[in-house]
Write a protein that binds this ligand. Structure first.
Ligand SMILES: [Zn+2]
Ligand SMILES: [Zn+2]
Length: 332
């Protein structure tokens, strides 16, 4: 008998599903690509045909222009070649999906990036029991245990209210994290205007066009310095330490990322207020998910594969790492 999952191949540039003649999240242009979510390291331009959720396709169009291909709603099964393909929610960012592949009596789930805790901007991860689970391991070390999101948001608000003459500048990845921080703040009762860096504008609008309520947002370019005092400003991480931030009233620099668990990462970016808020599964979420899905094999991608591989082995689950290139460990 052929080894489990032998119809799915791992190549440096992505996962190739042979009986569908299609790639998943390839880093090079391919004739047929199935895309788990819109982050740039998973969703590249230039493919011959793209299969993705409507939200992911819209994100790709926003970045690369019109995309040839087709969208697929969550939970719809479509036949591609000899494979039944279904996208189910991954809980990572707007439109993010796990791709469920069924062929010759085997089920393989490609998680893309995922998390298990609630996110007001996208539906929760749906566990799909499978034979092979292909998981990310961005935070695949026991040291990574993300605290409750609500308590991190409360720390942010506490700092904001402590000094109304300053603003709090929050560094957040432009796709997903930025909009999630806004919605988490709204859920915690913060209904003041939130200011944003221009680089986030189009994605904010895209989220709103899919029905995500962001409340009142204001572009920093249209604001004077003093009106931003006592307010939250959201910018991509790259803008935290650049000239742009001089237009802000004495900003307290914060950053929202799973990496803020590591003090040195916070120091590197001169972050005064590290907020551990991640769009990736932490160690407990990774291991709980594997227990729940009960796969026979786990294939591990981008990240600290070793510890998770060891954990699988001690739990009698076969595990291996896939050496895919081009995935970033941005959180993201
Ligand atoms: Zn991602
Ligand atoms: Zn990723």
């Amino acid at each position: 008998m052929a080894p489990l999952g032998s119809w799915v191949e791992s190549h440096p540039e992505g996962i190739y599903v042979r009986p569908a003649d299609a790639w998943i999240d390839p880093s090079q242009p391919k004739p047929k690509a199935m895309i788990t979510h819109g982050h740039a390291d998973h969703a590249r331009g230039g493919h011959g045909a793209v299969l993705a959720t409507p939200e992911t396709l819209a994100i790709m169009e926003c970045r690369y222009g019109p995309q040839p291909g087709q969208d697929t709603a969550y939970d719809e099964t479509i036949r591609i070649g000899e494979v039944d393909v279904r996208f189910v929610p991954a809980g990572h960012v707007l439109g993010s999906a796990q791709i469920v592949l069924e062929h010759s009596g085997e089920r393989i789930v490609v998680s893309g990036d995922y998390k298990r805790r609630p996110d007001p901007t996208c539906p929760c991860f749906v566990p799909v029991p499978c034979d092979v689970f292909i998981t990310e391991a961005t935070f695949g070390l026991p040291v990574f245990r993300h605290p409750e999101t609500g308590s991190e948001i409360d720390r942010l608000l506490h700092r904001l209210h402590a000094d109304p003459s300053r603003c709090v500048l929050v560094g957040a990845y432009a796709l997903g994290k930025a909009q999630r921080i806004v919605t988490e703040l709204r859920q915690r009762g913060h209904h003041e205007p939130i200011y944003y860096h221009g680089a986030i504008e189009r994605l904010n609008q895209l989220y709103q066009s899919f029905g995500v309520e962001l409340g009142e947002l204001r572009h920093t370019a249209q604001a004077n310095k003093m009106e931003m005092a006592g307010h939250i400003v959201i910018a991509p991480p790259g803008a935290l330490n650049d000239r742009w931030s001089r237009r802000l009233p004495d900003p307290v620099t914060a950053m929202a990322s799973g990496w803020m668990r590591i003090r040195q990462r916070a120091r590197q970016r001169n972050v005064e207020l590290p907020l551990i808020i991640s769009d990736h599964a932490d160690w407990d979420e990774l291991t709980t998910t594997i227990r729940e899905l009960e796969p026979t094999e786990v294939w591990i991608t981008h990240g600290r594969e070793e510890a998770l591989k060891h954990w699988c082995t001690t739990h009698q689950i076969k595990a291996c790492e896939l050496n895919l290139i081009g995935y970033e460990d941005e959180d993201g």
